[in-house]
Ligand binder design. Structure first.
Ligand code: MD3
Ligand code: FE
Length: 216
């Protein structure tokens, strides 16, 4: 009789453990794609994707925008979170309910409860775009996890250690994958290899990545 439970249970999403406190939930966002894409289109009308300047004076190959109370920005003066979109002087678009619900559900699935992101950085990669090895350390509270959602073309994610020169491992991130990391993995170096042009059936030659954070 107990075996019948196996058939009644909802199908378990595949979860890959890539670090002591880092998890890839394969396809976790797929049921939400139809909601996420129009929401991005709405955000873009008020806060378009743009290429920001790093403090070192380089133009990022990744274009970005934000939604939520806080938005991540960079310019010649440094990296920081700001309540206003520097391009418009207006607050960033509100974080859609569907975004925060997805982020909370993913965090919850690997044991972080009550994740309440107040920032969502949205990165857009075109063929050749890359993100060099870095740490995410502009947030106030490193106890909260970060949740990332990948849409569109496949990316090769580089997962390093706590020093820039530590050995990295590669993890492919596919359309619909969600990564959650926190705890001792929260400050690991990470990056994205230059994107190969292998067009995605739904999004074409681009990759969109959301990262949800507790920034303020
Ligand atoms: C960090 N974005 O915006 S998120 C960023 O795909 C950023 O656009 C990348 O890094 C992107 O700051 C990567 C995915 C990710 C996954 C696992 C990690 C970042 C991680 C583990 C430790 C630290
Ligand atoms: Fe990052």
């Amino acid at each position: 009789m107990t075996n019948l439970r196996l058939f009644d249970d909802p199908p378990q999403k595949a979860c890959e453990v890539i670090g002591p406190c880092a998890f890839v939930l394969r396809g976790f966002a797929l049921p939400d794609v139809d909601t996420l894409l129009p929401a991005i289109a709405a955000i873009e009308t008020r806060s378009p994707f743009r290429h920001m300047l790093t403090p070192g004076g380089f133009t990022m190959s990744v274009a970005l925008t934000n939604c939520g109370t806080w938005g991540w920005t960079t310019d010649r003066h440094g990296y920081r979170y700001s309540r206003q979109d520097p391009a418009s002087g207006q607050p960033w678009p509100a974080m859609p309910e569907a975004f925060s619900r997805l982020a909370r559900a993913a965090a919850n699935a690997v044991g972080f409860d009550a994740f309440a992101p107040d920032a969502c950085l949205i990165n857009r990669y075109l063929p050749g775009s890359r993100l060099s090895l870095h740490q995410d350390r502009n947030e106030r509270d490193f106890n909260a996890p970060i949740v990332s959602v990948s849409l569109g073309m496949t990316a090769i994610f580089l997962f390093g250690g706590h020093a820039r020169t530590d050995k990295t491992s590669k993890v492919a991130l596919y359309h619909g994958d969600v990564v959650v990391w926190g705890g001792e993995d929260r400050l690991r170096y990470h990056g994205i290899m230059p994107l190969k042009d292998e067009p995605h059936p739904l999004l074409g030659s681009q990759r969109i990545n959301f990262t949800f954070r507790k920034a303020g």
